[in-house]
Design a binder for this molecule. Structure first.
Ligand SMILES: Nc1nc2c(ncn2[C@@H]2O[C@H](COP(=O)(O)OP(=O)(O)OP(=O)(O)O)[C@@H](O)[C@H]2O)c(=O)[nH]1
Ligand SMILES: [Zn+2]
Length: 377
């Protein structure tokens, strides 16, 4: 079996099982090849009972891992973090109630009432890679990016796993999950779907062989692979694409791209499973709540604890290659998409702007994309 397939066969199921465990509120063991290990739980699904259970299993008080963005959002950026990474900060819980702990991670509640002292910062070591991969796993699970975390003594992981039937996952597998999933995408189904604005459309579904999220390619007309093809990378937006939400411009951009491709010799629209710029629908709804309180779309992501944009375009490049297209005219206002595709080895011979007039609700959102994300106007 080639190395990539062998890796994918190990990494994808292992990480997906861990994602499912976190989503159902279970604890998971994360380990490194050098034997370092920790017991973690997603803070979003942790109740008092679960928190106590974690303490009982590990025989130690867990700490809370937050992204540095979330820590800054709750006003603790001036304190010196123990972990010297810009991404994840660990806090001792100091006997805090689990309700208070969950408020620290949850942007919709006001954490200001919680007395967070500077000595809440940990004074013992938290292995950095374990901490980072713990938070990454909560992100992959589309939960709030925060975890309860307790380091395990050398050699304890295996016994604990057996005694409490806990899943163990490698930290490096979590780190490699997204690119492994992208490189192992395969065409799994294809069907003609006549659309009202493009009758000659084929929808091709891609999925990693060993599990993982599906992405779609809409092949509109019969584009010639020998010529630069008109391509749109469209990230999923349930609210805009399906419900016709006026908060964003996604619905217009989706339907507009299909129509344009149909009228201009065909094209390929990749419908990418990265809802909410990669934070998931539930977290996007949380970000909307913060936007209703005054934050812009970039700051709102950070208040939830994410980067303003968490998307990757490796799956898009892989799908284009498999469809036989490596030279594109990219329909976008977003320079990040252009550079990301080029980095993945796709030629972008032209950038075609894709603007729609504001609809009376999305003016500030469109402005923010220009001022904060560098979108062309
Ligand atoms: N987190 C978050 N995501 C949003 C918000 N509004 C829209 N989105 C998501 O943003 C993504 C839409 O981005 P795209 O239209 O693909 O790309 P873009 O970055 O706007 O660039 P263009 O190619 O110029 O359209 C979708 O995944 C939407 O769900 C928001 O306020 N918060
Ligand atoms: Zn949208």
């Amino acid at each position: 079996m080639p190395a990539l397939e062998e890796n994918a066969a190990r990494i994808l199921p292992a990480v997906e099982r861990a994602i499912a465990e976190l989503r159902r509120g279970a604890a998971v063991i994360i380990r490194r090849p050098d034997g370092q290990a920790a017991l973690i739980q997603a803070s979003e699904t942790a109740s008092t009972e679960i928190h106590n259970n974690l303490k009982h299993i590990a025989q130690a008080e867990p700490c809370l891992l937050l992204t540095a963005r979330r820590a800054a959002a709750i006003g603790i950026k001036e304190a010196k973090p123990l972990i010297t990474t810009t991404e994840v900060i660990a806090f001792a819980l100091d006997g805090m109630s689990s309700e208070a702990v969950s408020y620290l991670a949850d942007p919709v509640h006001d954490p200001l009432g919680i007395n967070l002292r500077h000595d809440n910062f940990l004074t013992t070591d938290v292995p950095e890679i374990l901490a980072r991969s713990s938070v990454l796993l909560t992100k992959l699970a589309c939960l709030l990016p925060a975890a309860l975390f307790v380091s395990l003594p050398d050699g304890a992981a295996e016994d604990l796993s057996k005694a409490h039937n806990l899943l163990t996952v490698n930290a490096d597998d979590i780190t490699g999950y997204r690119s492994t999933a992208a490189y192992s995408l395969k065409k799994v189904a294809s069907a003609q779907i006549p659309l009202d604005t493009a009758e000659n459309t084929t929808v091709v579904a891609f999925r990693p062989k060993d599990g993982g999220v599906e992405h779609l390619a809409l092949v509109i007309g019969d584009p010639d692979p020998k010529l630069p093809v008109l391509v749109r990378l469209h990230s999923e937006c349930f609210t805009g694409d399906l419900l016709g939400s006026l908060r964003c411009d996604c619905g217009d951009q989706l339907r507009g791209a299909i129509k344009l491709m149909n009228e201009n010799g065909g094209g390929i629209l990749l419908y990418l499973s990265q809802e909410g710029r990669g934070i998931g629908l539930v977290n996007k709804l949380r970000a909307y709540e913060l936007q209703d309180r005054g934050a812009d779309t970039s700051d709102a992501n950070e208040l939830v604890g994410f980067d303003p944009d968490e998307r990757i375009y490796v799956p898009a490049a892989e799908m284009l290659r498999q469809l036989g297209f490596d030279d594109v005219r990219l329909l976008t206002n977003n320079p990040e998409k252009v550079s990301a595709l080029i980095q993945c080895g796709i030629d972008v011979s032209q950038t075609v702007p894709h603007h729609f007039p504001s609809n009376g609700h999305n003016e500030f959102y469109l402005q923010t994309k220009a001022t904060r994300f560098g979108h062309t106007l």
